[in-house]
Design a protein around this ligand. Structure first.
Ligand code: PEP
Ligand code: MN
Length: 485
């Protein structure tokens, strides 16, 4: 049975999946106490604004783009990499906004996406059994340095801070401004496929014309007309709304950044739920906010109903994601929703389905029916990546663009058949280029028809394979075309 009282540490009494064994527990506790004193990375106002926008996503009034790396690394925390990631997310969203005329809520897998769940605790490297790599915030990719080191959690905090600071400054200094960064000036040098290039030019031309027109008739920035402004006021993190997220795997770290903070005054009458406590000194309602990111999700390997992760997640006020894979049963999903969202609040839960192209039609309709029957409000998002991973004949972990499109297309169709709607996508992609201007080669196919032999040319991911710049745009156009119909 679920215990009645929730605290940021009540998860500690529950069995934990994917737990990390530190050789020195006292060292870990010292680091976590240090993290607990450091400032929050995000604020209650930003978190509440995302909840508000995700409620619109649930009502099918906006589309969610959740995207970024499978795992960030400390080494990749550079200005170039962060701007490439942010640039691709913004470009992808702009294609959807303009092409499909749908407002887009953007959440990056960024500024804290370090920890990885693993299917096995150990792996064989050069015929030697070593501990598995668990992400830069736990141990090193170097097979000789796999002992978990608590100092890495502190380093994760500071790398998240540096990343977020870079994102905030890019967004407030005109990086996303359609005025200063006019679509006609966008470089298309990286788009190799002639069809994709033409399609992209058509969209940027149209967008540029719309901006010129709105400026001529006196709309102040044109951003409002393009759905960049949602919920009023300036965007979170700058001129456009952009939010951060990661898998909430390392619960000690998440707990250290969970703070009881005043609920923004405009929401005080409407906010309910178990997390609210009254601050005795001033009577202002407080809620527990995970201040490490705006949005955190429960992975497919850590969603046990009586487990530590579900216990932790049920008490925080942030909007949360739940990965839903083929092993989830319909009634289990509803019990999970009852635990994490007992009041059936809008904007709170996003279900990220990841079955695989061959399994989506077996499972999705049943899950939709169970949730519809329960009356739980959710946003349905298709993660077309994690059920479609295989090893290439050359021994590299890869995904086929065709399988990704198949799962996505099946999701769109099944939702429509069930009287539901697909509310967003969750993708692993990267806008990074090497010095010669070439994008990564980790997934097969797409308009560039990447072949197995080409995979090793620029395979850079140390975790799951990501769509590259061109393949991501291919997907943006496919989604846009679907909504245009
Ligand atoms: C991920 O999103 O990188 C991941 C590990 O997903 P899942 O929990 O769905 O396997
Ligand atoms: Mn992944």
């Amino acid at each position: 049975m679920m215990s009645e009282t929730w605290t940021p540490s009540s998860w500690r009494d529950k069995p934990i999946a994917q737990g990390v064994n530190y050789p020195d527990e006292d060292h870990l506790q010292r680091v976590l106490s240090q993290v607990a004193k450091l400032p929050p990375l995000v604020s209650p106002g930003e978190i509440e604004r995302l909840r508000f926008q995700l409620a619109a996503v649930q009502r099918n009034e906006a589309f969610l783009l959740h995207a970024g790396d499978c795992a960030e690394s400390f080494d990749a925390c550079t200005h170039e990499n962060i701007s490439a990631k942010l640039g691709l997310i913004l470009t992808f969203s702009l294609i959807l906004i303009w092409g499909a005329r749908v407002p887009v809520v953007r959440i990056g897998r960024i500024a804290g996406q370090y920890a990885k769940p693993r299917s096995s605790g150990t792996e064989i490297i050069d015929e030697k059994e070593v501990l598995s790599f668990r992400g830069d915030n736990v141990n090193s990719l170097d097979p000789d340095a796999r002992i978990p080191d608590p100092e890495r959690l502190l380093s994760a905090y500071f790398h998240s801070t540096a990343t977020l600071n870079c994102v905030r400054s890019l967004l407030t200094s005109g990086f996303a401004s359609l005025q200063r960064h006019h679509p006609r000036d966008w470089s298309l040098a990286h788009v190799r496929s002639p069809t994709l290039r033409k399609e992209f030019e058509r969209i940027t031309e149209g967008l540029a014309d719309a901006l010129d027109f709105s400026n001529t008739i006196g709309v102040t920035s044109g951003r409002e007309a393009l759905g960049f402004e949602q919920g009023g006021g300036r965007g979170v993190l700058g001129e456009v709304d952009f939010y951060t997220s990661h898998e909430g795997l390392m619960l000690g770290y998440e707990e250290a950044l969970t703070r009881a903070l005043p609920v923004p005054s405009s929401l005080r009458s409407s906010v309910k739920g178990t997390t609210i406590k009254s601050n005795s000194s001033d009577g202002v309602p407080h809620a527990y906010y995970n201040t490490s990111a705006h949005f955190v999700w429960i992975g497919d390997r850590t969603r046990q109903l009586d487990g530590a992760h579900v216990e932790y997640f049920r008490g925080i006020r942030n909007p949360i994601g739940i990965k839903v894979g083929p092993s989830m049963r319909g009634e289990e999903l509803v019990r999970l929703l009852d635990i994490v969202n007992p009041e059936k609040e809008c904007g709170r839960v996003t279900l990220i389905t990841r079955y695989g192209a061959s399994k989506v039609s077996v499972h999705l309709a049943g899950h939709i029916a169970a949730v519809q029957e329960s009356g739980h409000p959710v946003a349905w998002v298709c993660d077309a990546m994690h059920g479609n991973t295989h090893v290439s004949s050359t021994g590299l972990k890869t995904r086929h663009f065709g399988a990704i499109v198949d799962e996505l297309t099946a999701c769109l169709r099944i939702h429509a058949e069930c009287g539901s709607a697909l509310n967003g996508v969750s993708l692993e992609f990267t806008g990074e280029f090497n010095e010669a201007g070439y994008s990564v080669t980790e997934c097969l196919g797409g308009s560039m028809e990447l072949s197995e032999e080409e995979l090793e040319l620029r395979y850079q991911s140390f975790c799951d394979p990501r769509l590259n710049f061109e393949q991501s745009l291919d997907l943006a156009f496919i989604i846009t075309n679907h909504f245009k119909k």
